[in-house]
Ligand binder design. Structure first.
Ligand code: BGC
Length: 769
């Protein structure tokens, strides 16, 4: 008895407690069960606030997930929560009078439109402070899949059709959030470019397109941001679930890109846990006990090696010791939401894209604004699902214009407000919630007609018209062509009638697009006098739009995607699920409820367009579009001069150009550097974005020289046959452009001898022969 007690005390005393510098010691002390436990999250919770939340609600209610604690070894739980436009947690807690709102920042597509990495970093520094102060360790963001097709339901969370813009905005985002001592999870790695059947869809992609387009942005984010975590996606690539692909998670992510954090799954529970562990997927989220059992069994039967198990556990321990929760940070639950609201407003204004302006903006001598569109009231701050933020309020367009002192037509505002109230009352009466689906969020009100008689009256009495067109989308469903990408008949009628009536009265009309992604513009853009694409600009949206309409802020956003003439112009549209499709026997999540054969665009999607995504296709083929990639007007003009391109020792170059504000008001200009490659190497797009830079606010007459660096590796293309990156020798043209179709000046760059760059495994994640 005495001996047993003594041994017990001894072994208890010998148990190390995780301390930051004793990871190997702790790893050694862990049992197999404990190791398996650490690789599996704390479990499924409830569906609240528009998405899944962790079962361990006591830590941070409304957070998406946790990691499990092992108190014996001093290993705490950690908490991970969405999402890209701001922290998503429950705003209320039972029995508590305090609220836990977070700031709703502009969505991903919006901030990419700023083309300003400093602005993005400032914004996400504020966002990360809320993560820290609400007791969360990792923000499940940014979302950074490529806009392969305009209809992807989550494009609003993502940045761009171009990997260099996406990757650099993402790196800035990561650096901003992580400067708070909390982590991010860049997602969804990779090729999660459609929501339809997202859980099982097999993205069939050539190795070249995969590495140059769909992984390049992740590579840039990893190299320049060193995110703490990466979230593997739901889908497959070339037949393998991404979370179970050694090629994707270890060869490419760790060995090629140099990632050294943890990989966690997207929220689900796939069979194949053993393969996921071996592939280098460290953490299963949100975690199920069955996954722990599978890992234990896998180690016992040898299908998981001790070395692979320990590799993942070590990654987890290295992550945990960095977290605020491990460090015992005393969070306040009181971030400075007022200060962050100002940051959100500034980011929103700089992200808006002025598409057209026939002399109406900024508004001058205007006191009375006739404001149209149900979205003026039912304004969309951000998208739905896990990309939603539980914010304290949203400033809509009516409020924004009123804050600035404009007079609006009361009867028209009443008409919209009472319509919405009536609908809400009717839902209450019927006991329905207005939720379009578990993940789809609150329904978006479709446009309602306004009679021409009313519009004619308003055209007489008001100085200018503003029509707001709104769109919302989110997780679990893709957008549709009719009545979504294309405007509805009621919207067309409204724009047509308002513009006609105001023009007849000698007045002007402006359309504001409150959208998360591309919409059709070609068929109606000639009708209004100005079009401002405001995106989904976050909770301060109405004030931010007003700042731009009045000229308080000069717009400087530029499109992060092409606006085509028609949806079908995109080569990817031939292989995208754009029918209003929910397969029989399946729900909107795409979870399978019966077995069936593989169906095109649902069970598999051929990325037959290869690298010809977005402007790479339109620009190379000389196809007319509605607005080109990188397009955006200003209230001033800029001239470009003195382009200089200097070769460096390593086969790259440093480029500079001087930008002068040649107009009458202060403004900022985003300069885009596109490279045209010599012939002789692989087939290349006519131009590819390789770098970009934005000026500070330039006063009229003021100049600034922007400097951009491009390495030989960044100029390379992936040669599938040789299994390596190659930068062709020859004469390159370095184009300095205001948008892809507007090159202002250029300079040559000569590479004397070809450069090559090897990869860990050329066949990693490639299509099987
Ligand atoms: C989404 C992720 C999100 C996770 C946790 C999933 O459905 O795809 O983006 O982070 O839920 O809420």
């Amino acid at each position: 008895m005495i001996l047993a007690a003594a041994l017990c005390t001894l072994s208890a005393a010998a148990q190390p407690k995780l301390a930051g510098n004793n990871i190997d010691e702790v790893l050694k002390a862990m049992t197999l069960e404990e190791k398996a436990t650490l690789l599996v999250g704390g479990g499924w919770g409830s569906m609240t606030a528009g998405s899944m939340t962790a079962s361990n609600e006591s830590l941070v209610p409304g957070a998406a997930g946790t990691t499990r604690a092992i108190p014996r070894l001093g290993i705490p739980n950690t908490v991970v929560a969405d999402g890209p436009a701001g922290l998503r947690i429950n705003p209320n807690r039972p029995g508590a009078s305090q609220t836990y709102y977070c700031t709703g920042f502009p969505v991903g597509t919006a901030i990419a439109s700023s083309w300003n990495v400093n602005l993005v970093k400032d914004m996400t520094t504020a966002m990360g402070n809320e993560v820290l102060e609400y007791g969360v360790d990792v923000l499940l963001a940014p979302g950074m899949n490529i806009h392969r097709n305009p209809l992807c339901g989550r494009n609003f969370e993502y940045f761009s059709e171009d990997p260099v813009l996406s990757g650099n905005i993402s790196a800035a985002y990561v650096n901003g959030v992580q400067s708070n001592g909390v982590g991010v999870s860049i997602k969804h790695y990779a090729a999660n470019n459609q929501e339809t059947n997202r859980n099982e869809n097999d993205a069939r992609i050539s190795a070249r397109a995969l590495r140059e387009i769909y992984l390049k942005n992740f590579e840039i984010a990893v190299r320049k941001g060193q995110p703490w975590t990466v979230m593997s996606s739901y889908n497959k690539i070339n037949g393998e679930f991404t979370q179970q692909s050694y090629g994707l998670l270890t060869s490419i992510l760790r060995n090629d890109f140099g990632f050294n954090g943890i990989v966690m799954t997207d929220w689900g529970s796939k069979a194949g846990t053993v393969t996921a562990v071996n592939a280098g997927n460290d953490l299963m989220e949100p975690g199920a006990d069955a996954e722990i059992e599978r890992i234990i069994a896998g180690v016992k039967d040898g299908s998981i090696s001790q070395a692979d198990l320990d590799r993942n556990v070590r990654n987890m321990l290295k992550y945990i010791v960095e977290t605020p929760r491990f460090k015992g940070y005393k969070y306040s639950d009181k971030p400075d939401l007022k200060a962050h609201a100002k940051v959100a407003r500034a980011a929103a204004t700089e992200s808006m894209v002025l598409l057209k302006n026939d002399g109406v903006l900024p508004l001058k001598d205007v006191k009375k604004v006739a404001l149209y569109g149900i979205s003026a009231i039912d304004f969309v701050a951000g998208g739905t699902g896990s990309g939603n933020v539980n914010k304290a309020y949203t400033v809509n367009m009516k409020e924004g214009l009123e804050h600035a002192g404009f007079e609006l037509p009361k009867e028209l505002m009443d008409y919209y407000e009472q319509y919405i109230s009536y609908d809400k009352a009717q839902m209450a009466l019927n006991g329905t919630s207005g939720q379009a689906g578990i993940l789809l969020g609150q329904k978006k009100y479709a446009e309602i007609p306004v009679s021409r008689t009313a519009i004619d009256r308003q055209a007489k009495a008001y100085d200018v018209a503003v029509v707001v067109i709104g769109r919302n989308s989110g997780e679990a469903a893709d957008r549709r062509v009719d009545n979504d990408f294309n405007l509805t008949d009621v919207e067309r009628q409204l724009i047509g009638d308002v513009c006609d009536a105001f023009h007849l009265a000698g007045k002007k009309a402006v359309v504001v697009l409150n959208v998360g992604g591309a919409v059709e513009t070609a068929s109606w853009k000639s009708v209004p006098d100005a079009i401002l694409c405001a995106w989904q600009p976050g909770q301060e949206g109405g004030d931010a739009v007003t700042d731009v309409l009045t000229g308080k802020v000069n717009p400087s956003g530029k499109l992060p995607m092409t606006l085509p003439l028609a949806f079908t112009q995109h080569p990817s549209s031939a292989n995208f699920p754009y029918a209003d499709y929910v397969a029989p026997g399946r729900n909107t999540f795409g979870f399978s409820t019966r077995s069936r054969g593989p169906r095109k665009d649902i069970d598999y999607t051929d990325y037959a367009e290869g690298i010809w995504v977005g402007y790479r296709w339109f620009d190379t083929k000389g196809i007319e579009v509605s607005y080109p990639f990188g397009y955006g007007l200003s209230y001033t003009q800029f001239t470009y001069s003195k382009p200089v391109v200097k070769a460096d020792k390593n086969g790259g170059f440093t480029a500079s150009v001087t930008v002068t504000n040649s107009g009458k008001v202060a403004g900022k200009e985003a300069v885009q550097l596109y490279v045209s490659a010599p012939s002789g190497g692989l087939e290349k797009p006519a131009k590819e974005l390789k770098a970009f830079a934005k000026t500070k606010l330039l006063a009229p007459g003021e100049s600034q020289t922007l400097v951009m660096e491009v390495s030989a590796y960044e100029l390379a293309s992936f040669n599938e046959n040789a299994g390596r990156w190659e930068t062709a020798a020859g004469s390159y043209t370095v184009n300095f452009a205001s948008n892809v179709a507007d090159v202002r000046c250029s300079a040559p760059f000569v590479l004397k001898a070809q450069k090559t760059f090897s990869v860990d495994d050329p066949k990693a994640c490639a299509p099987k022969e």
